[in-house]
Design a protein around this ligand. Structure first.
Ligand code: SF4
Ligand code: SF4
Length: 220
């Protein structure tokens, strides 16, 4: 899921002030931002109260089912068309993809209410870790299911680096070195000694990405 955190409140205030907004519609997201406790019903209600305390009118709010889904967000926007029309701006408590989807669905100025951080694993409720950078050329088959691209702070495919000390990471000193973990798991699975990984092909991560499973695979 996409991990988000609340945007600095001063930036939200500045954004609204930049267009002289006196009224706001708020849209959250029922998926990642709800799980991250940044854009679900509770957080939307908190932001609404905060805006009202500033003297702004909240014309309405909703938590879309999947805010980055264009069709669903257009439908949600139509359902709340009157409240959105009555607002000077729409504040979106979703990841950057969701904010852009809302911006494509309404005619009012749209502002982000969150900062998008990373694709994260949910370790347990409220604890998230980055485990995949979506490099487009996965090496987990060769690294015993531990991603060196993401979990080694230097992104080294082959390691450990010269800074590893007694099995611990030079950069994140409270963590075991990724390559020590990889080597141990490969050894436990009798898969060690399979050589080094080839350099990555960074053309696989050219932006913006796009996939069209209705057509020829890549919509870029
Ligand atoms: S190698 Fe790492 S970054 Fe690349 S796809 Fe696999 S898990 Fe994600
Ligand atoms: S100690 Fe290991 S995990 Fe840390 S930067 Fe070096 S190779 Fe990467």
């Amino acid at each position: 899921m996409i991990i988000t955190r609340p945007r600095d409140w001063e930036r939200i205030e500045d954004n609204l002030a930049s267009i002289g907004a006196r009224s706001v519609f708020i849209m959250g997201c029922g998926q990642c931002a709800t799980v991250a406790h940044t854009g679900g019903e509770t957080e939307v209600a908190e932001v609404a109260a905060r805006l009202e305390a500033l003297g702004l009118e909240v014309t309405g709010w909703t938590v879309g089912e999947v805010t980055c889904h264009l069709g669903g967000t257009k439908l949600e926007s139509r359902k709340h068309g009157g409240d959105i029309e009555a607002a000077d701006a729409v504040l979106v408590l979703a990841c950057g993809a969701g904010v852009q989807t809302v911006a494509d669905s309404v005619t009012k100025p749209v502002f982000p209410g969150l900062e998008s951080l990373f694709l994260g694993n949910v370790i347990r409720n409220g604890i998230f870790e980055e485990r995949c950078l979506m490099c487009g050329e996965c090496v987990l088959d060769k690294t015993a299911g531990i991603c060196p691209v993401t979990t080694c702070p230097k992104g080294l495919l082959n390691g450990p680096c010269g800074g590893m000390w007694e099995g611990m990471c030079e950069v994140l000193t409270d963590r075991e070195c990724t390559h020590v973990r990889i080597r141990r798991r490969l050894t436990e699975q009798h898969r060690a000694g399979k050589g080094t990984l080839a350099p990555k092909d960074f053309s696989k991560t050219l932006k913006p990405g796009g996939v069209n499973i209705r057509g020829h695979g890549d919509s870029r």
